[in-house]
Structures are given as C-alpha cells and as structure tokens.
Design a protein around this ligand. Structure first.
Ligand code: ZN
Length: 406
C-alpha cells in the first residue's frame, strides 16, 4: 500500500488558493500527494468527505486557549481545558496556551501536558509568576511579579518550552503603571527572542474609577509591539479596547504585528467586529480563548461561525485559523497548509445552513445563517473522532429563539 490514508473531498486551503474537489494522500504522518484524483485502491484507508457542504481544510490552529489542565487547583484559579477536548476532539490540531501559568508552574507543560496530549500544544509563559493559578484575574499586581531572573533560569533549563510571553492589560497596576508593565513584559520577550502576546480589554475596569485610563496603555502597547508580536481580543467592547486606534493598528499590522480576535466570554462585541470589518480592519486570526468554564457552550468552530455572521466568508475564517495562525506562530512552513512534505494535519468539517443565534459579551444577540461542525480530525496522519460538541445538543450554535447567554 502506497498511502496510509486518502482523503477525498472539497479541499479548502485559502493560504494556497486551493478550493475544489481534491484527493489528499498521507503516508508516515505526512501529506505525500494532493491532486484532483489519486488511486484510492492504493490506500489502506479512505475517508470519503464528498458529502454536500463538507470541506477538507488544513488542521485548525487555535492561537489563544487555556489548557493548563491539572496545573490549576479547582475552586482556586481559572481552570484550563484538557487540550484534546478542545483540540483533536474538536477539529483543532494545534492549540496555544496563552499564558495560563507563569514561571512558577510552566514546567507542567513539559512534564505532563505535552507528553499526554495528542494535540500539538504550544505554551506561552505568563509574565506574571502566578497567572491563572490564583483567584485574581490579574496577571501582575506588582512589578516584582515579573521575575526576569526566574524566567531566565526557566528558559535556560527548559530549552524550547517557552514559545511566547503573555501579558493581560487587566487590573489596577496596569491602569496606574501600564507603560512600565508593558515595557517590562516586552523586555522579557525580547530577551528570550519570543513573541509577546498582549491581551487588551478589561471587563473589571467598569468597577474602578476612570476606566478610560486604560486607553493610552493599550495605545502604548500597540506602538511597542514588534513584528511577530500578537495583539489579542481585537474586537473587545471593554475599556482598554482598540476601537479608536485604527491607524495605529494598521501601522502595527504593516510592520508584522498579528491582530488576533480571541473571543472568549468577556471580549467579543459583534458590533465592534462588524464595524472593524466595514472600516477595513479584519483580524489576522480568530481564536477561542477557551477555558474550562467555556467548554460547555463555546468552541473554535463556533467562533469561526460568529465571524461568518458578522460578514466574513468561509475562506476568510479558514485562512484566519490555518495559514495566518501558522504564520503567527512562526510555523508557516510547517503548519497551516495541505501540501506534500507537511505534517498531515487536516480538519474535515461540515458547513451547515440554518438560522443561528449568538450572544456577545454585551449580551446582545446576533444572527448568522451558517455554522461549522467538525467531522474528522487528522493529526500527523492519525484519525480522531470529534467529541459530542460544546453544547448539550452538539456542535452547532443555538437556533434563533433559543439563544444561550455566553
Ligand atoms: Zn485568554
């Protein structure tokens, strides 16, 4: 047998401009051929993905998740998902852990999480030592919590573990001394030659005087970002959002900064997203910001459907979760495309027509006519069936009239 697996279906790989019926052959965990017609008799296993609405796309990459499952004590911090529940069992082959843990706990990824996961897990280090492990939603309460010496020891002792640095622009210290916090985080990222991911939008700022004090901090952060750095929560409606700095964002993107629209529960405004699209400011990437608390109603494929609902097209949202996300990880040569020689990471998903309802952070309902559901995941040539789905009824979003709060 020449091929371990042959997948026949409508290949949609916008990063390479592929959009049509195609066969994808896999051998030894790699894609070995992509052609309009290959000999299925030469394959040990064939996936017929030719059903109407079914698409074969590069393995989806979720650039912002929380998967430090087991590192965070239940009842104490913000718990992470099992990476495979939101990864290979959800049509996603690669997840970034966006700073769930800091230098105190990041060893959990190398020791337990990555060796067990079938999903590719890329950990970003929270610049604050304790991150999600403690009850506070704040990464840095005091500048002393950015421990450069400890981080340097961590990086030296664990080569390749820390793939990025994360900072959330959340909390009173950021409101008061935000520029210093941003500069310190940027220094850490620069020292270790990894991207800095900056979370904008602070829901808790409404409870403090002068929430508008965050705006110049966000503006400062945007200006500090280097090529390869990532701004996450582009479409947040919260204080500290980026709704009035299009020119700075466009300039940042032009120099190579990635604009990511992690949705999460707390940082997605459908009006913000719609208006940004109309003003010519689309996100580069769409990600989920999934934590354990969101796993029962929320998925990356549903985040993609929300962007369909605000006016993007299927190739746009697939590009944002494949080629663009791979490039954001500096893995554009390895991931995000269906091409010979690459890891055989594929997502087979159905595009389903319907009348769907979504609820955003401001508790506003909006509607869309298309949704996505994973059918099979192929990771490194291995097949995974999706789980039941993010809702009690499965993968598809709520139908109109059955809105569920985020
Ligand atoms: Zn997050």
């Amino acid at each position: 047998m020449e091929y371990d697996l042959l997948v026949r279906g409508h290949v949609l790989d916008p990063g390479q401009g592929l959009d049509g019926p195609m066969d994808v052959a896999v051998t030894g965990g790699r894609v070995t051929a992509v052609a309009p017609r290959l000999d299925a008799a030469r394959a040990r296993r064939v996936i017929d993905a030719t059903a109407p609405g079914r698409h074969v796309v590069p393995g989806l990459i979720d650039l912002h998740t929380h998967v430090a499952h087991g590192a965070i004590t239940p009842g104490v911090g913000m718990e992470g998902c099992d990476p495979d529940d939101i990864g290979v069992r959800a049509g996603v082959t690669t997840v970034v852990d966006a700073g769930s843990v800091g230098v105190a706990n990041i060893g959990v990824f190398g020791a337990f999480i990555q060796p067990r996961a079938r999903t590719r897990v890329v950990p970003f280090l929270n610049v604050g030592s304790h991150a999600h492990t403690m009850p506070s939603m704040v990464d840095v309460h005091d500048l002393a919590e950015i421990d450069r010496a400890a981080i340097a020891r961590c990086v030296a002792a664990n080569p390749g573990l820390v793939r990025g640095v994360k900072l959330r622009l959340v909390g009173p210290l950021v409101a008061e001394r935000g520029k210093e916090v941003v500069a310190a985080a940027k220094d850490v990222a620069r020292e270790h030659g990894v991207p800095l991911m900056v979370h904008i939008g602070d829901l808790s700022a409404h409870r403090r005087p002068e929430p508008e004090r965050l705006t110049p901090v966000t503006r400062f952060a945007v200006d500090q970002l280097d090529p390869g750095d990532i701004l996450t929560h582009l479409c947040t409606p919260n204080p500290g959002g980026a709704t009035d700095m299009d020119a700075a964002l466009i300039e940042a993107r032009e120099r190579g900064v990635i604009l990511d629209a992690a949705l999460g529960r707390g940082n997605f405004g459908h009006r913000v997203a719609r208006e940004q699209r109309e003003r010519g400011l689309p996100p580069d990437t769409v990600s989920s910001d999934l934590t354990l608390a969101g796993q029962g109603f929320h998925s990356l494929v549903e985040c993609m459907a929300k962007f369909l609902a605000v006016g993007y097209d299927l190739p746009d949202v697939v590009r944002m979760t494949t080629a663009n996300a791979a490039r954001a990880l500096g893995m554009g040569e390895e991931l995000g495309a269906i091409a010979p020689g690459r890891a055989a990471d594929l997502t087979i998903l159905d595009v389903v027509a319907g009348d769907f309802a979504f609820v955003d952070t401001a508790r506003e309902t909006f509607h869309g006519t298309r949704a996505l559901a994973p059918v099979h995941t192929v990771k490194g040539g291995e097949l995974f069936a999706p789980g039941w789905g993010a809702h009690p009824w499965g993968w598809l979003p709520a139908r109109r009239g059955h809105e569920v709060a985020p």
